[in-house]
Ligand binder design. Structure first.
Ligand SMILES: C[S@@+](CC[C@H](N)C(=O)[O-])C[C@H]1O[C@@H](n2cnc3c(N)ncnc32)[C@H](O)[C@@H]1O
Length: 256
């Protein structure tokens, strides 16, 4: 892993392609390191605890930084799928900020953070008073990182589900959070259909955070979204994200 690769991963097209292949790569090395305790140790040794450099300075996260060994190490030595959980993406930052600013959205509610990555939005929902929060990511390492990040913020580890929920029969979530999940057209199509079902069946509230990625901006779903909040990204986040300067929270309302 090196800085070049990571900056590259933040690019719109490469981000989509890389996440599609995350479960195919490095499987053999991954199996060598497959107990939760070993994974936790690896995450602790190869991330840095970061606080105060995002839109939610009150949340601490274990993230990949210039001080980490794999910033300069050969990428083939990285034992897991690509570590999208080691970045706090601008879309997730905006959703988390919005929740922390508006605790009424979370209090007493049943919340799903779909594509949780580092788990920051799930953590923001719990800190804001949600009754039940589930974090979901198809990368099992993201689930371990999310649990570690919960502990870092004084929370009991949240339940983390690693099945692909998109296309499954939706549960009666009060609120679904999606931070930076619209980076790929196929994923956006299937998410759109599934979210529509969630709203129709359970009147679930859907909040989407996105920094203006091309696949999102040009998708039909945009006509059914209502802007809730708009945040300027801090300088350090802009630098890491290759020209992105702000991030917006949208509410999906297919009924209007
Ligand atoms: C760009 S990252 C965003 C992470 C986090 N929401 C944030 O904003 O910091 C996208 C995440 O979605 C996860 N993902 C991709 N497809 C998924 C799916 N079908 N179900 C759940 N998670 C998925 C990836 O593993 C990755 O952690």
């Amino acid at each position: 892993m090196n800085r070049g690769l990571f900056i590259c991963l933040c690019g719109k097209d490469v981000l989509s392609k890389s996440i599609q292949i995350i479960h195919r790569r490095n499987i053999r090395q991954y199996m060598k390191c497959n107990t939760e305790n070993k994974i936790k140790r690896f995450i602790a040794e190869n991330t840095e605890i970061v606080k105060g450099q995002s839109l939610t300075p009150e949340i601490s996260l274990r993230l990949f930084t210039v001080k980490c060994r794999f910033w300069t190490e050969r990428p083939e030595l990285w034992p897991f799928p690509d570590p999208f959980w080691a970045i706090y993406w601008p879309g997730g930052q905006a959703v988390s900020r919005y929740l922390l600013n508006n605790p009424g959205l979370s209090v007493g509610r049943k919340v799903l953070d779909l594509g949780c990555g580092c788990g920051a939005s799930a953590i923001a929902a719990k800190l804001s008073g949600a009754a039940h929060v589930v974090a979901n990511d198809i990368d099992p390492i993201a689930a371990v990182a999310t649990k570690m990040n919960c502990e870092l913020n004084g929370l009991e580890p949240l339940p983390c589900v690693t099945q692909n929920l998109i296309g499954s029969e939706p549960e009666n979530w009060d609120l679904i959070l999606l931070g930076d999940m619209f980076y790929d057209e196929t994923l956006t199509d299937s998410l759109h259909k599934w979210l529509n079902k969630c709203v129709k069946l359970h009147r679930t509230q859907i909040l989407i955070g996105d920094p203006g990625r091309a696949q999102f901006e040009s998708h039909d779903i945009k006509t059914l979204l209502y802007e809730q909040a708009h945040f300027e990204l801090p300088d350090s986040v802009r630098e890491e994200n290759y020209g992105l300067t702000n991030s917006t929270v949208w509410c999906y309302r297919p009924d209007y």
